[in-house]
Design a binder for this molecule. Structure first.
Ligand SMILES: *Cc1c(COP(=O)(O)O)cnc(C)c1O
Length: 408
């Protein structure tokens, strides 16, 4: 097979590392909340590239920002600074609790920076004994060895041992369990305000408030991983704002670039001091292209009207999903925040969430899963109501077909 023959899905199995199992179709174009594959077939996008394309595909303002910057300057490295990065950092500080920003390229890298900063800060101020990190079961923080160790899903660390030491896991939303393990040796606690990969589970307000109080009591830093739930997805610019609980460090990525890889770690001046010159870095972090796009994203997602729209669209989705469930009795719980939605399957369908990806695809709809028992939706934050309805109709047909294969 030469590189000039038509590109097909079979190529994947021939030349790619098989750590993914992508669907049979190859999308070639996207606009708003629709994608088209090589055959010209259309798909409604309830997946958003895993909660990334929060403004849909080919948004005119993002396209303009990217192409305008592309004609000026792509990359200078961190030996120099650049205007888009400084502007983006300034605006993130204006819009959030942050006083300092570190840019990277992925969620894992933002969390890696957060965890390294917490270790360094504790080492600077309290000594080497204060190094323990507490995280929560079912959490997901990325795939570097450190972040995968901190993540609370053992299936992702198996075979990669030895793992970095000093990490403890306790059940999510269980403040009593947490209270028994936090101590003066704890340097940081990392939590997703809304667990994404782990099943779309929202933290309770009491849980996050309790973490904040106990972290303060033990002088541990509280890290919020808002890689997935941040950037407007919760219906608030960042989910911590909805909870009224402010972290010491916040990591975000996914929606920040709307599809261009960029991530950020936000923190305070006092904490940021521990990452002094030379202590941490990345070649591409804060590159002009990514920052120019993220500035355009931030323009749009910080608009209160857009955020109110996310909360309204949440209700549209929930009403539609409840309607589907009245018909099929497939979901034991519908949950989530803003446009991060989880449909937990009933007992008899447990472990089979992936079958719905395929069934939906056959009906022209992209959905996600969050573990084996939950169908996850993470559409564009500005998906038109008509497309929500059309997508839900496709979902309904997919479910009908899956539940009684001979009928449909
Ligand atoms: C996706 C995700 C990550 C990892 O982000 P990458 O860009 O894949 O490295 C980390 N934390 C959360 C909560 C995520 O959803």
């Amino acid at each position: 097979m030469s590189s000039h023959s038509p590109i097909t899905r079979e190529w994947f199995d021939q030349v790619m590392v098989l750590n993914y199992a992508p669907a049979a179709i190859i999308p070639v174009r996207g606009e708003g909340s629709r994608l088209w594959d090589q055959e010209g077939r259309d798909y409604i996008d309830f997946a958003g590239g895993i909660a990334v394309t929060g403004l849909g595909h080919a948004h005119p303002q993002l396209l303009a920002a990217l192409t305008e910057q592309a004609q000026k300057l792509w990359h200078v490295s961190n030996v120099l600074t650049n205007e888009p990065a400084l502007k983006l950092a300034r605006r993130l500080c204006d819009l959030t609790f942050a006083e300092r920003v570190f840019f990277a390229n992925s969620g894992a890298e933002a969390n890696e920076a957060a965890l390294k900063l917490a270790r360094k800060y504790a080492s600077d101020h309290f000594g080497a004994d204060k190094h323990e990190i507490i995280a929560f079961t079912q959490s997901f923080h990325g795939r570097t060895l450190f972040t995968v160790t901190v993540g609370g899903q053992p299936k992702y660390t198996q075979g990669f041992e030895p793992l970095p030491p000093g990490v403890t896991h306790v059940p999510f939303n269980d403040l009593d369990a947490f209270a028994t393990v936090i101590s003066d040796r704890t340097c940081a606690v990392i939590v997703e305000p809304v667990q994404g990969e782990g099943g779309v589970t929202c933290a309770t307000p009491e849980f996050l408030q309790g973490l904040r109080e106990l972290c303060d009591r033990h002088q541990a830093l509280l890290i919020f991983d808002e890689v997935q739930c941040g950037n407007g997805r919760s219906g608030h610019l960042y989910a911590y704002m909805a909870y009224g609980v402010t972290p010491d460090i916040l990591a975000t990525a996914k929606g920040l670039g709307g599809g261009f890889p960029i991530s950020a770690m936000l923190t305070t001046t006092a904490i940021a001091e521990s990452l002094n010159v030379g202590s941490h870095g990345t070649t591409y972090g804060g590159n002009p292209l990514g920052c120019a796009v993220a500035n355009a994203v931030l323009d749009l997602i910080s608009d209160p009207e857009l955020l109110a729209g996310v909360q309204r669209k949440h209700e549209v989705f929930m009403a539609g999903l409840r309607r589907i469930n009245e018909q099929f009795h497939l979901f034991r719980e519908l949950r989530g925040m803003g446009l991060l939605l989880g449909c937990e399957l009933i007992e008899t369908w447990r472990g089979r969430s992936r079958e719905f990806i395929k069934a939906a695809l056959d009906e022209g709809l992209l959905v996600l899963v969050a573990g084996p028992d939950v169908i996850r939706l993470a559409p564009s934050l500005i998906i038109p109501d008509e497309l929500i309805e059309e997508g839900l109709q496709r979902l309904e047909r997919a479910i009908a077909r899956l539940l009684s294969p001979t009928a449909a």
